[in-house]
Design a protein around this ligand. Structure first.
Ligand SMILES: Cc1cc2nc3c(=O)[nH]c(=O)nc-3n(C[C@H](O)[C@H](O)[C@H](O)COP(=O)(O)OP(=O)(O)OC[C@H]3O[C@@H](n4cnc5c(N)ncnc54)[C@H](O)[C@@H]3O)c2cc1C
Length: 479
């Protein structure tokens, strides 16, 4: 019998798995895809929000501010890229200046430290490339940027290292209540669990309705982005927001932890699963971004992508026990869900404990992780690493300086990837200007070799995304 079954391997599910792996429990996370972090967690703005946006007194406000406070230490412990940039919300007219003042007071009520309203001169001293039309700005020094998918993966890997289980390619299709807990049908097997936590992202309503009468609906809202090459990465140093509206936090321009520039998102109604970008969406993003920062060179765009916000007909996050005792949910987790995930997980552990889950700590729990990032090492450290393992001397991804040693290491960590993009999310190969054009085939070969599978089984990303379907020169050189 599983003590806690978590449905969904996004940042919320993985954060909970990590927190629970500290205790002497049998904890399992089931994910329908072939890797964790393939839902909204891989396609968002990657901002650790300061916490002035949510209404005071909401769960969102509390988890946002608490999550922000926890994030830096968590990223240090798990060796996840994190950069405390601070953020600016720009106002361009009197009405927006009032919005900035409202956000300032709301932020103070929410307990956000260090907020200031800046003058145009102060803003342009901090950010010379911001529009000279700016009239005031809210400065939040605690905002930061992170690598969202790496946060989810690092927590899942560390949880697995501490005895938790992750079952991939394992969609939950049915659930029933039993005397001891639940019978959950997932990926063709039936799992008995004492407690179940629904962290299924935009599908949280579907999973909820497997056990409860419908009480909310997810109406996904799509946000589209430009990711620009590192040549644009220095254009701004802070996350540059515009004033929020009922549509969301507006179009931002932000540095990424990997040294690129991110521009977006828009907000438009979408169907579940629709993460395509459109010419209209991208035009809107460019037009809006130009109000904040001119001179962005879109010829240096290396990727467009889109993510889905899990908006529901309820304003706040839905976190807690449902009407079925023992069935909990982390649902309707729109922005700032990434920031909030560590605090939500902490609170969920408390709630499960109150519901009767015994929380006895393991004596040998190790909540840390360390990975080698060759390009970050000094010359001496690089030389030592290559001497220990010559694979660190072979550069596979030339744009991002990623070595074969790092790829092989990722393939032997507790939650190994099975696709070229899975390696990319863990090592950064293929994230540069050529977007994997050169290193992709090499990564594919390494995956096949290390995992002992034919190259035809190595996907680009999800199940069904074949790169090759067979050999063209079967029979060898002599034919
Ligand atoms: C455009 C955009 C910008 C954003 N920007 C920010 C930001 O800057 N900062 C911030 O804090 N937040 C931001 N967010 C919000 C944040 O990205 C999300 O709140 C967060 O990623 C949600 O994580 P999750 O784990 O709830 O969902 P997901 O990451 O979607 O994970 C849910 C998982 O459940 C799995 N699943 C679904 N159904 C089943 C099933 N039946 N069985 C098994 N598995 C299942 C899915 O495959 C998926 O992996 C943004 C969101 C969007 C869309």
């Amino acid at each position: 019998m599983v003590d806690v079954l978590i449905i969904g391997g996004g940042v919320c599910g993985c954060s909970l798995l990590y927190r629970l792996s500290r205790y002497k429990l049998n904890v399992v996370l089931v994910e329908k895809e072939n890797d964790v972090s393939l839902g909204t967690t891989k396609a968002n703005s990657a901002i650790v929000h300061a916490g002035y946006d949510p209404e005071p007194g909401t769960k969102m406000a509390r988890y946002n501010v608490e999550g922000n406070a926890q994030m830096e230490k968590l990223c240090q412990d798990l060796d996840v890229p994190y950069l405390r940039t601070g953020s600016l919300v720009l106002a361009f007219d009197g009405e927006q200046m009032q919005v900035v003042d409202t956000l300032f007071h709301r932020g103070r009520q929410n307990g956000v430290p260090g907020l200031q309203v800046l003058t145009p001169k102060e803003i342009r001293e901090m950010e010379p490339n911001v529009s000279d039309q700016v009239k005031s700005a809210l400065y939040a020094p605690t905002a930061a940027v992170i690598s969202p998918w790496e946060l989810a993966i690092a927590q899942a890997e560390t949880a697995v290292k501490n005895g938790a289980q992750v079952k991939l390619n394992c969609p939950v299709t049915a659930m029933e209540k039993t005397e001891e807990g639940f019978r959950v049908t997932a990926g063709g097997e039936v799992i008995s669990a004492r407690f179940v936590v629904n962290a299924a992202g935009v599908d949280c309503d579907r999973v909820h309705n497997m056990l409860c009468p419908p009480s909310y609906t997810v109406y996904p809202s799509k946000g589209q982005y430009y990711l620009l090459d590192k040549s644009q990465g220095d254009l701004v140093k802070h996350v540059i927001f515009q004033c929020p509206s009922s549509q969301g936090k507006g179009v931002l321009v932000a540095p990424t932890v990997h040294g690129n520039l991110l521009v977006g998102p828009n907000a438009e109604p979408a169907e579940k699963g629709d993460v395509g970008t459109t010419a209209e969406g991208m035009d809107f993003v460019r037009e809006k971004a130009a109000l904040s920062v001119s001179g962005i060179n879109y010829r240096d765009s290396i990727r467009n992508f889109a993510g889905l916000r899990a908006n529901t007909d309820q304003e706040d996050f839905l976190v807690g026990e449902t009407e079925v005792p023992g069935f909990f949910q982390i649902a309707g987790i729109k922005s700032p869900g990434l920031t909030s995930a560590p605090a939500i997980a902490e609170d969920m552990v408390r709630m499960l404990g109150e519901a009767g889950l015994p929380l006895q700590e393991k004596e040998n729990f190790d909540g840390t992780r360390k990975v080698t990032r060759f390009k970050k090492l000094s010359h001496e450290e690089r030389a030592r690493k290559i001497q220990e393992n010559p694979l660190y001397g072979k550069i596979v991804c030339r744009c991002e300086t990623i070595t074969e040693g790092e790829i092989v290491d990722a393939l032997h960590r507790p939650l190994p990837p099975c696709s070229v993009d899975g390696v990319k999310r863990r090592c950064g190969s293929g994230m540069g200007r050529c977007q994997g054009g050169f290193c992709g085939p090499r990564v594919q070969e390494i995956i096949a070799r290390e995992l002992g599978v034919p190259q035809t089984q190595v996907m680009q990303d999800r199940e069904g995304m074949y790169i090759i379907t067979g050999e063209t020169k079967q029979g060898g050189k002599n034919q």
